[in-house]
Design a protein around this ligand. Structure first.
Ligand code: JFZ
Length: 444
C-alpha cells in the first residue's frame, strides 16, 4: 500500500511537470456533441449516484488492483494468475439488484485495468477471461444484459495504460522490468489493440453509457490518438459519454469531467485539477473502504452516513458520486459493502427527491451544508449546523413556502434583501441531513 502510494506521488510529480510543459494530445477538436449525446449528458446528471466496480484477476491476490506493479512481478509470474480466477459465485442479477437497492442508477466496471487483462470476450487478444480462465464466460455480457433488463446504465472503465502488452512502448512512468522486450509499436497498440477492443465493447453489449478512460497520465507526452479514438466511440454510439480520468482540463471530444476522490475543484488528493467545467457534467469517484480492487487487509469501511454525506456534498457541487466496491475473486460482494449500500438506499428512498434530477443549488456550498435545485424547488441540505437559525445569502425569486422534506411540516423563514433566515427543525435521531424545501416563485 505505502509503496504504491509513494509511487503514485512520484508519478504525479512527473505528470504535473510534463503536462504543464507540453500540449500533448490532439483531441477531437471539431467535436460537436450530437443531440443524443447532449440528452445522455442531462440524463447522466440526473442519475447522480453510480456504482464503481474494480474487479479482475488481481482480485485473487487480495491486495488491490496495482499488485502486478507493487510486487514487481514478471510477465511469466502474472500470467499464472488467470488460470485460477474462477468466479463461480458471480451473479449479474444480484450485482445489478444491489446497485438498484442502494439507489444507484449506473454502474461503471473495469473492462480491463492496467494489467491489460480483458474481463470480456475479446478477439483482439487472447489475454482475456474467456480464453485464459477456467470460468470461460464473459461477465460483462451477463452484466450488460442484466443492466438492460433492470434499467441501469452500464459504463466501461478502460485503462489506456498497459503493463502487459509489449506494444505499449516506450513504457511509461509506472514501468518496471517485467520481461517485456525493449521495442514495440505504440501506434499498433492504440489503433489495432485498443480501438479494436473499444469497438468490441461498443458493438457487442447493446447501448452503453460510455467509456471511463484511465491511465494517460502514465505517458503524458505521448500522442494517444485521442481524435481517432474519441471519434470512433461517438460514431459507434453517439450517446456514449467519454469520461477521462486524466486529471486535466477537459479536451474536445470529452463529455464528462471526473474527479478522483475529491469534490470538483477541491484538490485535497493532490492530483486533481482545480479547473471545473461549467459546461460538462461533473462526477467524483470515491472508495467505500480505502481500496479500489479487493484488498483483504482493508476494513476501513465508510459508514452509510458518511456515504450519504458525500453524496449530498457531491450533488450540492453539481456533481455525481461514483462509489466504488471491489468484489471478491469468487464474484461475491463483501457483506460489509452490502449492508452499507442497503442503508444508503433506505436513506435515498426518503431523501431522493432532493438528489435525483437536481443540479447544484444557487447558494455556494459551505461547511454548514449545500443546496440543490430542481424546477421551482431549492433543497437546503443542512449537514452541519447546531443552532436553531440558519442565515443564508440572498437568492433570486420569492420564497412562497418552506417545508421539511422528511415530514412536510412547514418551516418558519424570513426573506429580505440581506438574505434568508430559516428556523431549521431539530435533528431527528441519527438524521445526517435536514432538508428544507423552498418553493420559489422565480423573479421575472
Ligand atoms: C487510477 C488507477 O490507477 C486506480 O487503480 C483506480 O482505477 C483509479 C480509479 O484510477 O488512480 C490513479 C491514477 C493516477 C494517479 C493516482 C491514482 N496519479 O497520477 O497520482
Amino acid at each position: 500500500m505505502l509503496q504504491s502510494r509513494q509511487l503514485r506521488k512520484y508519478a504525479l510529480g512527473t505528470i504535473l511537470i510534463c503536462s504543464s510543459l507540453t500540449a500533448i494530445n490532439h483531441a477531437q477538436s471539431d467535436y460537436q456533441p450530437s443531440p443524443e449525446n447532449l440528452q445522455a449528458r442531462r440524463e447522466f446528471q440526473d442519475m447522480k449516484f453510480g456504482m464503481f466496480i474494480h474487479w479482475g484477476v488481481y482480485s485473487v491476490l487480495g491486495e488491490g488492483e496495482w499488485i502486478f506493479h507493487n510486487r514487481k512481478l514478471t510477465l511469466d509470474e502474472y500470467n499464472r494468475l488467470p488460470s485460477f480466477f474462477d468466479p463461480e459465485k458471480f451473479d449479474a442479477q444480484a450485482w445489478v439488484a444491489l446497485a438498484k437497492s442502494a439507489g444507484m442508477k449506473y454502474i461503471t466496471i473495469t473492462s480491463r485495468h492496467h494489467d491489460g487483462f480483458a474481463m470480456f470476450d475479446s478477439k483482439v487478444s487472447d489475454w482475456n477471461i474467456v480464453v485464459r480462465t477456467p470460468y470461460k464466460k464473459d461477465p460483462l455480457k451477463m452484466l450488460a444484459d442484466e443492466c438492460h433488463r433492470q434499467g441501469i446504465k452500464l459504463f466501461f472503465y478502460y485503462s489506456q495504460l498497459d503493463w502487459h502488452n509489449p506494444d505499449y512502448y516506450p513504457r511509461g512512468v509506472t514501468s518496471w522490468n517485467n520481461g517485456r522486450p525493449d521495442h514495440g509499436d505504440f501506434n499498433a497498440y492504440l489503433d489495432t489493440y485498443m480501438d479494436g477492443q473499444l469497438t468490441e465493447l461498443l458493438t457487442h453489449y447493446g447501448p452503453i453509457g460510455g467509456i471511463w478512460f484511465d491511465g494517460m497520465w502514465d505517458k503524458p507526452d505521448a500522442d494517444w490518438h485521442l481524435a481517432t479514438t474519441y471519434a470512433l466511440i461517438h460514431k459507434l454510439q453517439p450517446a456514449a459519454l467519454i469520461i477521462p480520468n486524466h486529471h486535466q482540463t477537459p479536451k474536445p471530444g470529452e463529455d464528462v469531467q471526473t474527479f478522483e476522490r475529491d469534490l470538483p475543484g477541491q484538490n485535497t488528493a493532490g492530483f486533481n485539477t482545480k479547473y471545473v467545467s461549467s459546461e460538462l457534467p461533473l462526477e467524483m469517484s470515491d472508495t467505500l473502504n480505502d481500496n479500489w480492487g479487493f484488498n483483504i487487509g482493508d476494513s476501513n469501511y465508510k459508514s452509510a452516513a458518511e456515504v450519504e454525506r458525500r453524496l449530498v456534498r457531491a450533488a450540492g457541487n453539481n456533481s455525481n458520486l461514483l462509489m466504488n466496491i471491489g468484489p471478491y475473486p469468487n464474484g461475491e460482494i463483501d457483506p460489509q459493502f452490502v449492508t452499507r449500500l442497503h442503508a444508503v438506499g433506505g436513506w435515498l428512498s426518503k431523501y431522493g427527491d432532493s438528489i435525483y434530477g437536481t443540479r447544484g443549488g444557487p447558494i455556494p456550498p459551505g461547511d454548514w451544508g449545500v443546496t440543490t435545485q430542481k424546477g421551482d424547488k431549492i433543497y437546503v441540505h443542512v449537514l452541519n449546523w447546531s443552532a436553531p437559525l440558519l442565515a443564508l445569502p440572498p437568492i433570486s425569486g420569492k420564497i412562497a413556502a418552506a417545508n421539511s422534506l422528511l415530514d412536510g411540516k412547514s418551516i418558519t423563514f424570513t426573506q429580505n434583501s440581506d438574505g434568508v433566515i430559516l428556523r431549521v427543525p431539530p435533528v431527528a435521531q441519527d438524521e445526517i441531513d435536514r432538508v428544507v424545501v423552498l418553493i420559489v416563485n422565480k423573479a421575472n
